[in-house]
Each structure stands twice: as structure tokens, then as C-alpha cells.
Design a protein around this ligand. Structure first.
Ligand code: ADP
Ligand code: ASP
Ligand code: MG
Length: 381
């Protein structure tokens, strides 16, 4: 294992120049952070979808106004960050690519998952370019390499849900990333995007930048993967919906994976697969205020039964509400007790594993069920 740390910054962490400066601060304050993985700026990936849809509808006005807004927003960041002339030129090429793909979709009145992946990639390519230039300015004594993640994150050709090719990624990292790290440099790159073996741009699935960070961590044998977001770690429930949710200092890979798979949006569900394979801890914290600390996820498991968090997940025809913790399959009457505690909310047993218990609920009950589940968690466990 190397001392190197991979730090990933999500969309809200890079939403404007001020936010990008906070990210640069995090990197400046820790010499071990050597790979920086950047998401598209907040809402840009959605906006790229709206652009594609406008093109498909033949709605030229909306298409152009969305593209112009995106260009203005990122040009303002470049201006606020005193980005170099070279970077502004590079940005113009990326803006031209958006216009080009937009025009193609408009002409065809159709877009494929493959074209969408090319369009999606521009969000991350733009934001990471801005952040790499900022870090280069702020740490002039360190060599900053702006890396196209697509040259390392090799995937299957399943557009929009591409499968990473772990062995090829390791080989590419040995060739393109590790020599630069050995020479003391910092690599700034994109989350979410990759390339298939034919050279087409692919993506790992919406919200997949966390997964990219973990894949980079695995490929360079990092000592830690940091996921910097807009909340101070993983909480007992979504802090946006549940006001008294409490942040959890430590979780096991299996608990955090269960929570992510059962609806907690804070982590992309497959993020912990590569890190678990290499036993690399994952830290989740807030780039808005890193001093608040966060959650550290490791292989360590608690010895005794404990419920730690709740989440909800919308399926097609119904929803599920889940409790996550450890040794749940050993607790007596747990399913029955939890089921009865929902009182007037109608819940039906769905699934039990050692780290989760889930109940099926009507979609209309989803918010109430989450609030009630959290009350049950706080009152009884
Ligand atoms: P990013 O853009 O940094 O990837 P996300 O929006 O994907 O950030 O994830 C962070 C959000 O996850 C938080 O703002 C929070 O609302 C949501 N969230 C859902 N469940 C949880 C949880 N259990 N703990 C913390 N955050 C959660
Ligand atoms: N920008 C991509 C998305 O919004 C990937 C990510 O941010 O994780 O889905
Ligand atoms: Mg996310």
C-alpha cells in the first residue's frame, strides 16, 4: 500500500469558483492527496440530459439557451478563478463539442446511449479542467498532471452503465498515473467517465464518480479514498429529510454498501467494491467544512447487534424502507418488532440480511415511513 490518497469532489463541492477554491484548499492542506477526481458542476449532468431531450424534440430554442447557460456559467468560473489563456482555449474546444453533439441530436431528432455518454463526459471534462488549472496555480511547486480519465478507466461497451475492466485499469494506471505520483506530482482527473476497448466514451451510471475514485484508489494501491460532498459524512438518515439525523463516525464496507444500495444517495452503491478488495478505507466528509469530520468506512465490524441507519428506495410499483446495521440476522424477533412499530403505516416484510432489514411500503408512504423508521431507530436502538 502507498501513502497516496485519492480525493473525490462531488458536484456541489465544485459548483462555483468559491467551492472549487475550498477543494483546492483540501488538496493543499494534505500532501498525501495525489489523485483528485472531479465531478461535473452541480446540476450540469442533468442539464446535459435536458440538452439531449430538447434536441430529440426538435426544440432548437431550448437547446441553444441551455447550451448558452452552461457556457456562461463555466466561463464565469474561469473568469473568477483567473484561469490561464491555455485553459480558456481548451474550454472553448469543449464548448464546441457540446454544440456539435447538440446539433447532431437535433439533426437526427434522436440520441443513443452512446451519444449521451459523449455528451455527459463534457460535464466532467470541463469542471476538472478548471480545477486542475486552479490547483496548478495554487501549488506551483508541485507538478499537476491533467489526466483524461478515459485513458485509464477502461470499461465494457455498456453505455450509461459500463463495467470497469479492473486488470486493464491497473495496467493503465501503472503506465499513466503511478510514474507521475512517484515523481511527486498530483493528478487531476474526471469521475464518472471511461472508454471502452474500441475507444468510445462510456459512463459508469449516474452518480458514478464515487466509483471512479474507488477504482483509481484500487489501481494505485492508495492508503485512503476520500469522498468530499455537501454533508459531514454518512448519517442515520438523509439529513435533508430527517432533521435529527446523526452522523455515524465508522461503518463497515458491508453496512455502507447496504445503505447505498437501499437508497442512501450519499454513495454510489458499487463504490466500496474496489476499496473492499484492496482493504482501502473510505472517508466521507464535507468540503464545505472539512473540520466537521466525517464517516470512515473500513472492514472492521462491530461485535454486537446494532441498528445504525434507515433509508428508503423507490422501486417501480412500490417502495421499500430499510434499517441497516450489523448482526441483524441474530436479533430475536427483530422483524416482528420493527414491523409492529410502524403502527398505522402498512408495511410488509421484504428482506433480511446480516446488515439490513427491509419492508415493502406503498410509494405514497415513502416520506412518512422514513420519518417513522428514524423515530423507531432513535427510540428503540
Ligand atoms: P455529490 O454531488 O457530492 O456526489 P450527492 O448529492 O450525491 O453528493 O450525495 C450527498 C447527499 O446525499 C446529501 O446532500 C444528502 O442529502 C444525501 N443523503 C442521503 N442519505 C444520506 C445519509 N444517510 N447520510 C448522508 N447523506 C445522505
Ligand atoms: N456528474 C455525474 C452525475 O451527476 C456523476 C457524479 O456526479 O457522480 O451523475
Ligand atoms: Mg453523489
Amino acid at each position: 500500500m502507498n501513502k497516496w490518497i485519492v480525493a473525490k469532489f462531488g458536484g456541489s463541492s465544485v459548483k462555483d469558483a468559491e467551492a472549487m477554491l475550498r477543494c483546492s484548499n483540501v488538496v493543499e492542506n494534505n500532501n498525501d492527496i495525489r489523485v483528485v477526481v472531479i465531478s461535473a458542476t452541480q446540476n450540469t449532468t442533468n442539464q446535459l440530459e435536458f440538452i439531449a431531450r430538447a434536441g430529440q424534440r426538435g426544440d432548437e430554442d431550448t437547446l441553444h439557451s441551455l447550451i448558452n447557460e452552461l457556457i456562461q456559467r463555466h466561463s464565469k468560473i474561469a473568469h473568477d478563478l483567473f484561469s490561464s489563456e491555455a485553459v480558456r482555449k481548451e474550454l472553448d474546444f469543449l464548448f464546441d463539442e457540446i454544440k456539435f453533439v447538440g446539433a447532431e441530436i437535433l439533426k437526427e431528432r434522436h440520441y443513443t446511449p452512446k451519444i449521451m455518454d459523449q455528451l455527459y463526459s463534457l460535464g466532467e471534462r470541463i469542471s476538472s479542467l478548471l480545477v486542475s488549472d486552479l490547483i496548478r496555480l495554487r501549488v506551483p511547486d508541485r507538478k499537476v498532471l491533467f489526466l483524461d480519465a478515459r485513458n485509464v478507466i477502461k470499461t465494457s461497451s455498456d453505455f450509461q452503465k459500463a463495467e470497469p475492466q479492473i486488470d486493464v485499469i491497473a495496467e493503465k494506471a501503472r503506465e499513466l498515473v503511478i510514474p507521475h505520483l512517484n515523481a511527486g506530482g498530483i493528478v487531476v482527473t474526471q469521475g464518472f467517465i471511461g472508454k471502452d476497448l474500441l475507444g468510445n466514451t462510456t459512463t459508469l451510471g449516474r452518480e458514478g464518480s464515487d466509483y471512479s475514485a474507488a477504482l483509481f484508489g484500487e489501481a494505485i494501491d492508495a492508503s485512503l479514498v476520500q469522498i468530499w460532498t455537501d454533508v459531514a459524512g454518512i448519517a442515520s438518515s438523509d439529513p435533508r429529510l430527517v432533521k435529527d439525523a446523526k452522523f455515524i463516525p465508522t461503518l463497515s464496507y458491508d453496512e455502507a454498501t447496504a445503505l447505498a444500495s437501499l437508497g442512501a444517495k450519499v454513495l454510489f452503491p458499487t463504490t466500496l467494491l474496489p476499496t473492499k478488495r484492496k482493504d482501502i478505507p473510505v472517508f466521507v466528509g464535507s468540503s464545505i467544512d472539512p473540520s466537521l469530520g466525517g464517516t470512515t468506512i473500513t472492514k472492521n465490524q462491530d461485535q454486537k447487534f446494532k441498528l445504525k441507519a434507515v433509508s428508503t428506495l423507490q422501486k417501480k410499483e412500490y417502495a421499500i424502507v430499510s434499517f441497516v446495521g450489523c448482526h441483524l440476522d441474530q436479533a430475536q424477533d427483530l422483524v416482528e418488532n420493527l414491523k409492529n412499530s410502524f403502527n398505522d403505516i402498512n408495511v410488509e416484510f421484504y428482506d433480511l440480511t446480516s446488515v439490513s432489514v427491509s419492508f415493502k411500503i406503498a410509494s405514497a408512504d415513502i416520506t412518512n415511513a422514513l420519518l417513522r423508521a428514524h423515530e423507531i431507530l432513535v427510540a428503540k436502538y
